[in-house]
Design a binder for this molecule. Structure first.
Ligand code: ADP
Length: 484
């Protein structure tokens, strides 16, 4: 369900809650006012019946017409207010009907007493009998009135009980409604929060994968809600990025190829001039030619680096498999970098293990790896510092280490050092010419031939880079999947 729909549902639940509570309050209000009415009636009845008892005593003692009249009035009042009991709840009805029938029962008793008082018996024995009967009638009458008082008090209690019940029931119903709707709202909110956090987490993961350079990554469109739409938009953005990136890489690849040819041609010609100089060549000209050669070599390296980075991006970097004598490659590379070593007055030591086994790998890759590590050690060393190279047999494979005492790598940057285009903050100040792709290419190549590369470093004290190469390079299958 869409987040928007869920939010509307929440609002509807809120409205429903308000309506239901309103209805319950209205119903309980009706019930309470009915009970209140009972309470009022009970109070009035109690007071009328108490009055009736007083008037009765007055009449029974004094036999006055005024007391009789008042008694009859109270009788009529009680009779009137207890007639329509059938509309009341059962328990109230019973009490009211009892009052009604007790009240009605007083009428014949009163009539008999009135008759006796108005015609007293002349004969003493009859008079005694009459007095005894009147006493009995009076007791019955007072008993009935007593029952009526008790009934009216009972009615009052019932009224109070009904009020309490109505309040209790309405409170319980309201609590029930609030609990149910609150639970529904919470469940709904949980779904909203869950879908938002899951959607954002997936988006964040996807963005991280794209940022990591895997432009072929696409998010699964799992739902039809806003996050499904977001995933679709994300995917079309990633597709556009991939197309643009591919076009850019193809352009760089083409341009690098085109650049490399004339640079190589220049290199040949300059090498020829260096090895077979014309007889009239001056020392100054020789120096210029050497500088041209050095610059040309740097540009060739730069173009090669560019080509390698693009091929790594395309996944099309594939090694050859030939016998490589790593010690020879090492010596070659050292010879190449001797001018820089002399220029910085560095002290280079080399420790090569005995009887090293040749390995099967790509010679040009091995050369690039050694070149990158050694040129970094030279580049990031200060004048007169020492560089130590060691090559040892490790099982069937070989371990190469290049140790310098140079600027080192800041601890908080060490995890990014193999990333594409990353340069350490101290390296940028120390040497402005780096490109930040040498170690990226090195690690890609080492990994592709089944080896490992790592380092230890302390800022200001130096670094040691290690490469472990297997006896036989074991290229993973995907190397040849997308050749260029
Ligand atoms: P570049 O040297 O062209 O900047 P690299 O990819 O070869 O690029 O190296 C990446 C970063 O790693 C360098 O910029 C530097 O910060 C750090 N680095 C590599 N080798 C060394 C080293 N021997 N000493 C100190 N820092 C190094």
């Amino acid at each position: 369900m869409r987040v928007k729909t869920r939010l509307i549902l929440n609002a509807l639940l809120g409205i429903l809650l308000a309506i239901l509570i309103g209805v319950v309050l209205q119903l309980s209000d009706t019930r309470i006012s009915q009970a209140n009415q009972t309470l009022t009636t009970a109070t009035q009845l109690a007071s009328t019946i108490s009055n009736m008892r007083l008037v009765a005593f007055d009449y029974l003692l004094n036999h006055t017409d005024r007391a009789l009249e008042q008694w009859q009035d109270t009788y009529a009042e009680v009779a009137a207010s207890t007639t329509n009991a059938q509309y009341l709840p059962a328990d109230e009805q019973a009490a009211v009907q009892d009052i009604h029938s007790q009240n009605a029962g007083t009428k014949p008793l009163l009539d008999m007493l009135v008759t006796d008082y108005h015609s007293p018996a002349g004969d003493p024995s009859l008079a005694a009998l009459q007095t005894a009967r009147d006493k009995q009638l009076t007791d019955q009458l007072l008993l009935k009135q007593q029952i009526m008082v008790t009934d009216s008090l009972q009615l009052g209690n019932i009224g109070q009980q009904h009020i309490r019940q109505a309040m209790l029931v309405s409170t319980r119903i309201i609590i029930g409604i609030v609990a149910v709707l609150l639970a529904a709202t919470l469940v709904n909110m949980w779904f909203i929060a869950f879908s938002i956090s899951r959607g954002l987490a997936r988006l964040q993961r996807g963005a991280a994968v794209l940022a990591g350079g895997k432009l072929g990554y696409r998010m699964g469109v799992l739902t039809a809600d806003e996050f499904g739409q977001l995933a679709t938009s994300f995917n079309s953005m990633a597709a556009k990025l991939e197309t643009t990136e591919q076009a850019k890489s193809e352009f760089v690849l083409l341009a690098s190829h085109q650049l490399r040819m004339p640079l190589t041609a220049i290199s040949w010609i300059v090498e020829e001039l260096l090895h077979n100089p014309p007889s009239d060549q001056t020392e100054k000209q020789r120096q210029y030619i050497r500088q041209i050669y050095a610059s040309d070599q740097r540009m060739i390296k730069l173009v090669d680096d560019l080509l390698n980075v693009v091929r790594i991006g395309f996944g099309s970097l594939a090694p050859e498999a030939k016998k490589v004598a790593l010690a020879d490659v090492l010596s070659d590379v050292i010879r190449e970098v001797e001018p820089q070593i002399h220029h910085k007055h560095l002290e280079l030591t080399k420790k090569i293990g005995k009887n090293l086994h040749p390995i099967t790998s790509d010679p040009s890759w091995i050369r690039t790896i050694v070149q990158n590590l050694l040129s970094n050690a030279i580049k990031y060393s200060r004048e007169h510092q020492a560089i130590a190279i060691s090559l040892t047999q490790k099982g069937a494979g070989l371990t190469l280490s290049v140790k310098d005492a140079g600027i080192g790598i800041p601890a908080d940057e060490q995890d990014k050092i193999f990333s594409k285009m990353f340069r350490g903050s101290n390296a940028k100040d120390f040497d402005s010419e780096g490109t930040g792709v040498g170690l990226y290419i090195t690690r890609s190549m080492v990994t592709l031939i089944g080896g490992t590369v790592w380092f230890t470093s302390e800022e200001g004290k130096g670094s040691t880079f290690y490469v472990e190469l297997p006896k036989d390079a074991a290229p993973p299958k995907q190397w040849h999947e997308r050749p260029l």
